[in-house]
Write a protein that binds this ligand. Structure first.
Ligand SMILES: [Zn+2]
Length: 257
């Protein structure tokens, strides 16, 4: 996590602006003691002292922290954004980034590997109850530029929620929307002779894969200016359940066939 409570004056502070001498620091969620991590390479952050069972900050990777600080620093420069903060505790949920964009309250959530679809659904419901619009972001990776991609459960969920697109953070407050199209795999042409000596053949055509999708990249979007608030009704698509939710989605027309 990037922030902690400085105990002596109960201020929420960034690890990057803190020194060990300013401590002790405690977690904004569980209140337990934190260790300040200020190395030369990694982004300055706090972590729980073991043993700990608190979920705040759990599963955060270096790239997750990089995304969080980078989006925050970039949104700081946007004139249409107010109330910007990171790691905001709303009681039922802690937002990675919270801000008000053109008078619309927004939570930006960055996907981390240990979050299940159930947890994502619960957090999305929590934001709806709070009247906050949520934007889920994945972290862009090279595999998304390949033709054949195996989408994870959370990506399928986001795809269903965000009108056939998943948003991936690339840099600053820039995200790229990706639609998962059909992946066509070739069924080999084979032939054989049946019991009557007749030649039979099969295959030799393309078939849509159930397991793989082809990522179709849209044009880059800016979180500060390219998104609109949208209310969604609950929807059940068999393997994907979408609760009633308030989301932030883009207004770009479909770019895929
Ligand atoms: Zn904690």
């Amino acid at each position: 996590m990037l922030c902690g409570f400085r105990k002596k004056d109960s201020q929420k502070v960034f690890a990057s602006f803190s020194e060990k001498a300013h401590g002790p620091f405690s977690c904004i969620s569980c209140g337990n003691d934190l260790t300040l991590k200020k190395g030369r390479i990694k982004i300055h952050h706090f972590s729980h002292k073991p043993p700990n069972k608190c979920s705040h900050g759990a599963g955060e990777s270096e790239v997750h922290r990089k995304c969080k600080i980078s989006v925050y620093n970039s949104l700081l420069k946007s004139p249409n954004i107010t109330n910007l903060d990171v790691e905001v505790n709303f009681g039922i949920v802690i937002a990675d980034i919270y801000c008000v964009i053109n008078n619309i309250p927004v939570a930006i959530e960055i996907q981390r590997s240990n979050l299940t679809v159930n947890e994502i659904t619960q957090r999305t419901e929590a934001y709806h109850k709070l009247g906050i619009y949520v934007l889920w972001l994945g972290l862009y990776n090279e595999k998304l530029s390949e033709l054949k991609y195996s989408a994870k459960a959370w990506e399928k969920w986001c795809h269903a929620v965000y009108f056939g697109r998943v948003y991936y953070w690339t840099h600053d407050s820039t995200v790229v929307p990706i639609h998962f199209g059909q992946y066509q795999h070739y069924v080999d042409d084979t032939s054989w002779y049946d019991e009557n000596g007749q030649e039979q053949s099969a295959g030799g055509y393309y078939k849509s894969s159930k397991r793989y999708k082809t990522p179709c990249l849209g044009r880059e979007l800016n979180i500060a200016s390219d998104f609109n608030p949208t209310q969604k009704q609950p929807w059940n698509g068999g393997s994907v359940y979408v609760p009633q939710c308030s989301i932030l989605s883009d207004r770009a027309p479909k770019w895929w066939v």
